[in-house]
Design a protein around this ligand. Structure first.
Ligand code: URA
Length: 308
C-alpha cells in the first residue's frame, strides 16, 4: 500500500518535472544513474515500463538528464564562496522589528500589494513614495512611459529577481514581469524553484519603460539604480538572480558578457548573485533554456544549503 502511494507520489513529481523541462525546451531527459540506484529497474525512467508509458503523452522523445557533476560543482562553489567571504557585506538585521516579528496588517498588504513584515513593507513604501509617480530623475519620464513600475513581492524574501526595465505590458499594468517574459519567469520561479511567485521579490534596474524596449542608457540606469539598491538593503535576500546582461552589468558594475558570467555566483555586498539569460531572450532563443535551468539548479541548491 505505502509502496503504491510512494510510487504515485514519484510519478506525480516526475510528471511535474518533465512538464517543466519540456517547457524549458530540454529535449531529451533520463534520470542520472545515482538517482535510480535505489529503484527497481521497472521503475526507472528510460526503460520500457509503466513510467515511460505514463510519460509518453508528455514527451514525444526519450528524455535524458545529464548526471550532475557533483564534485566539480561543489569545488567550484566552495572556492567561489570563500572568495566572496572577503568582500563587503550588507548590514545584518539587528533590529527585532525588521526580523519578521511585526506582522503587517491586511490593509497594508492590500494597499501596497507587498507581503512581509510591517517594518520592511513600510521601508519599501517609503522608497516608493520618495520616487513618486511623477519621477523626473531621468529622460525616460518624457519618452512615453505611462507610469513608474515599482518592485513587488515579499519584503522578507530570501530570493530576489532583478530585470532591466518594464516593457509594454508592465508599463500598462504597473507591475514588473507581467508580459510573456514575465510568464516564463513565473514558470522558472514556480516550476523550477518550486516557490510561489508572491514569495520572492522582483524589481528592475529602471522603473520606467524605455521607448521601443531599448536598453536603458547608463545615465538613466544610474538615476534609478540607487532605489533598487536600497530595496536590496531592506529585503536582505540571500540570493539575487539577475536577468540579462543589462541588469547584470548595472548591478555588479562589470562589462563581462552574460554568457561568461552565468553559471557561477557573484557577490553584491555579501549577497550571492546568479546572472542568467533574460526570459525575453529565451523567448527568442529557446535553446538557451538549458543553461538557465542549470543556473536555477545552482540557485535552488544554494537556497537549500543556506536553509540548513
Ligand atoms: N523585462 C524586464 O527586464 N523587466 C520587466 O519588468 C519586464 C520585462
Amino acid at each position: 500500500m505505502s509502496e503504491h502511494i510512494n510510487k504515485a507520489g514519484d510519478l506525480g513529481q516526475i510528471r511535474e518535472h518533465l512538464l517543466y523541462l519540456k517547457e524549458l525546451g530540454v529535449g531529451l531527459v533520463t534520470a542520472p544513474d545515482d538517482l535510480n540506484a535505489d529503484r527497481p529497474a521497472v521503475d526507472r525512467p528510460g526503460t520500457k515500463n509503466e513510467l515511460t508509458q505514463v510519460n509518453a503523452d508528455l514527451i514525444a522523445t526519450t528524455v535524458k538528464i545529464p548526471p550532475p557533476d557533483a564534485a566539480s560543482t561543489i569545488d567550484k562553489r566552495s572556492s567561489a564562496i570563500s572568495r566572496l567571504r572577503s568582500l563587503p557585506r550588507l548590514s545584518k538585521r539587528t533590529d527585532p522589528a525588521v526580523m519578521g516579528t511585526g506582522a503587517a496588517p491586511d490593509e497594508m498588504i492590500k494597499k501596497t500589494g507587498l507581503t512581509g513584515d510591517r517594518s520592511t513593507i513600510e521601508a519599501i513604501e517609503a522608497i516608493r513614495n520618495e520616487i513618486g509617480q511623477e519621477c523626473s530623475r531621468c529622460s525616460l519620464c518624457s519618452l512615453g512611459r505611462s507610469q513608474v513600475v515599482n518592485s513587488v513581492g515579499n519584503t522578507n524574501a530570501r530570493l530576489m529577481f532583478v530585470g532591466e526595465a518594464p516593457g509594454a505590458d508592465e508599463d500598462r499594468i504597473g507591475e514588473p514581469f507581467v508580459g510573456r517574459a514575465g510568464q516564463l519567469l513565473t514558470d522558472i520561479i514556480e516550476k523550477g524553484l518550486e516557490i510561489p511567485r508572491e514569495q520572492v521579490f522582483i524589481g528592475n534596474i529602471n522603473r520606467c519603460r524605455p521607448p521601443g524596449n531599448r536598453a536603458p542608457e547608463p545615465d538613466e540606469a544610474a538615476a534609478c539604480k540607487p532605489f533598487l539598491l536600497r530595496e536590496i538593503e531592506t529585503v536582505k535576500p540571500k540570493v539575487i538572480v539577475v536577468l540579462g546582461a543589462t541588469a547584470a552589468h548595472n548591478l555588479l558594475d562589470v562589462k563581462t558578457p552574460i554568457s561568461k558570467m552565468r553559471g557561477q555566483f557573484h557577490d553584491y555586498m555579501g549577497v550571492k548573485v546568479m546572472p542568467t539569460f533574460h526570459p525575453a531572450y529565451l523567448l527568442r532563443d529557446p535553446n538557451k533554456k538549458r543553461e538557465v535551468w542549470e543556473d536555477i539548479k545552482l540557485v535552488r541548491a544554494l537556497l537549500n544549503e543556506l536553509a540548513e
